[in-house]
Design a binder for this molecule. Sequence first.
Ligand SMILES: Cc1ncc(COP(=O)(O)O)c(C=O)c1O
Length: 386
Amino acid sequence: MADVFMNTYHRLPVTFAKGEGVWLSDVKGKRYLDFSSGIAVNCLGHGYPPLVKAIADQAAKCNHVCNYYQNDVSAAFAEKLVAACAGMRKVFLANSGAEANEGACKIARKYSLKKYGPGRHRIVTLKGSFHGRTITTLSATGQEKFHKDFGPFTEGFLFIPSGDIDALDRALDPSSVAGLLVEAVQGESGIIPLDDAYIEAAAKFCAERDILLMFDEIQCGIGRTGTFLALEHYGVKADIVTLAKGLAGGVPVGAVLAGEKAADVFEAGDHGSTFGGNPLAAAAGLVVIDVVNKPEFLREIARKGERVLEILRSWEHPKITAARGRGLMIGVDITAEAWPVLEAALARGLLILSAGTHTLRFLPPYTISDEELDHGLGILKKILDS
Ligand SMILES: Cc1ncc(COP(=O)(O)O)c(C=O)c1O
């Protein structure tokens, strides 16, 4: 592997050259079944023909226009995205998840400053959360292991234990807090859906105290859990939603969406992003929303996920201590370390992810079939049996 890359990733020993459907091929032609989707990015698999066509056509027509001007494709994408996210009214388009969360924090702070004056700028987040790798989104990330060596951090973030409603009540002090940022299903810490009562309490406290309720749907959104946004499982109303990863099926894009309260907080000059939502990303995003945001397509995601969980649980495998998830976002706790299982799976032609030291994570493309899921689960079972 090229040794000019900075040493930021634990990479597995494979070099991919091509993808087709839910399969990737390495440079020697060996095929691998993809249960990872590039960490929830290739939600329609690899080489999905309408997506390839949209990207190619758009690249030939107009790849990028700066934000001094408008362009027809980004406008169509923005409209479709806002319409797909219940309760949202406006969107800012960015390039990545971290950038989307940065935008969300800026909106929460400005909303609060303009309405209540200085001092009410704190953002509350949960332990176990993951919100990105920039200094501010690391400051929002409630996992110590990501903080080591990178301080000082952005001021004004407070982590609280997830699931503790009393701690939430105490933390959401309306004299100092501008926003609460949560993942409906925590991805990086092991696919942990927040419980209904907790989210309902969060929505109630935020509404009563005029604290913005912000959902980071970067990993769990865009259909991944069987609804377009994971927050739909809870029946609550968000003030802000952030998206990225699967939103353009593999072309970098991020989005901050805001509902009634926060839609008009940003004024010209407040925020920006050179590449954010350019025509190429927008053309890809239009295809993703068109395909994914259909009730029957979303129902299939939910059905496939439930079926995978049923199969995993039916094994009653002594090395599996828990299998949980929503839709095609599945975590499997195992007694062994996860990384050697990833290595063994790779050797047998299956790509899976980990989330923490003892949790396997599956985020397959939505287009995967039952047979392909069974094939991958068969490989996993052999590894766990050995
Ligand atoms: C929930 C969540 N938020 C934010 C991010 C950061 O996204 P990005 O890597 O695109 O900056 C991630 C990435 O894994 C994520 O899972």
